[in-house]
Write a protein that binds this ligand. Sequence first.
Ligand SMILES: [Zn+2]
Length: 398
Amino acid sequence: MARVALLSVCFLAVAGSPSAASNPGTVENTGQLLHYGDLRSSSPSDRMFIVSAPNGGGYWIATQKGVVSVFGDVGSYGDLSEISLNKPIVGMRSTPSGLGYWLVASDGGIFTFGDAQFFGSTGAMTLNKPIVGMGSTLSGLGYWLVASDGGIFTFGDAQFFGSAPGRNSNSDFIEILTSRVTSGYALVSTAGEVLNFGDMELQGRNSCSLAPVGSASSSAGGVFLLRVNSQPETGSITAKSGPLDSEFIDNLLDHAQQCETDSSDLAGFLSPVADAKITSSFGLRNHPIWKQPLLHGGTDYVSASKSYDGAINAAKTGTVIAVFDFVAYGRTVVLGHGSKLATVYAHLKNSEVSVGEIVEIGQSIGQMGSTGASTGPHLHFEIRVSGLVRNPVPLLAQ
Ligand SMILES: [Zn+2]
């Protein structure tokens, strides 16, 4: 039987990206595939999934809320629009016949439609890491679920060929890829790394891009990587906001510093505040707002002369990696200095630099403020070495 070689599954992830060339829900078609329409009524922050019919005659688009829209000559087999989901949908696959599909939620709950069969789920299990994707077997009589740490769960006739933790990988994974001619699978990390298992032989592309891979799809031995802009959490401030913001910066640096090598030379940092007075040191402390022990990952400064809105200066020459308004960190500038060194300046009143700009040591990057979770105007300053926060004080030039 001749099989038409078509991209069986391609994914489209949209994460509130203001610089996206096209609108969320817009479908781009390549090769001989036809365009059957776009999704018009989607929230820009929704993650979405596009799955083409095995015969290429159409596609489905699912949103993270489980709403499935039908385009072209594919059947409508139902969706989750009537149900309020506890967990977002993170993946979709069609059956080999194209007469049904599965949706999977981040807790590993499986929803079957049309001729898709249920072979089990992780819905009743307590997972350490969320499920981020699913792959179905050639027969359609089984599937794999992959967690963000690259852990694999097998169901039905899906075989276990290995997992990322089994290879001592500690990357964040976003997708599992299968093909129509091989029986293995490949895992794709948010950095674009690809781990092959079984007889899969796909090549990835690790890059130093700030933007993580949000979705991936394989075709003809290669992989399409779709990078998305990531945005920090929004919402009200809680005790978790600070650690979440810190983790976001950690992830950001993970991607931005992908091509850098570690440095043992930690000399040459300058105090970011002239005439500085330390008001809170690095280390475990009782948090002034949350009244519980939390790691204080930086040093807090005011200016001894009480010029609270004074200039905040770059501690080292570098490039502006990010300027964000975080829930807890407030207006924050992150500078990269090469060799996996970075500095973070939080609670700023304003910032005077933009992403990509090169700043000289001692150059003003903004003014001291009290934005985010702050009890009064001060600078929260961090030095991160290979992603980890270090006590800045011993590293500053005397
Ligand atoms: Zn602080």
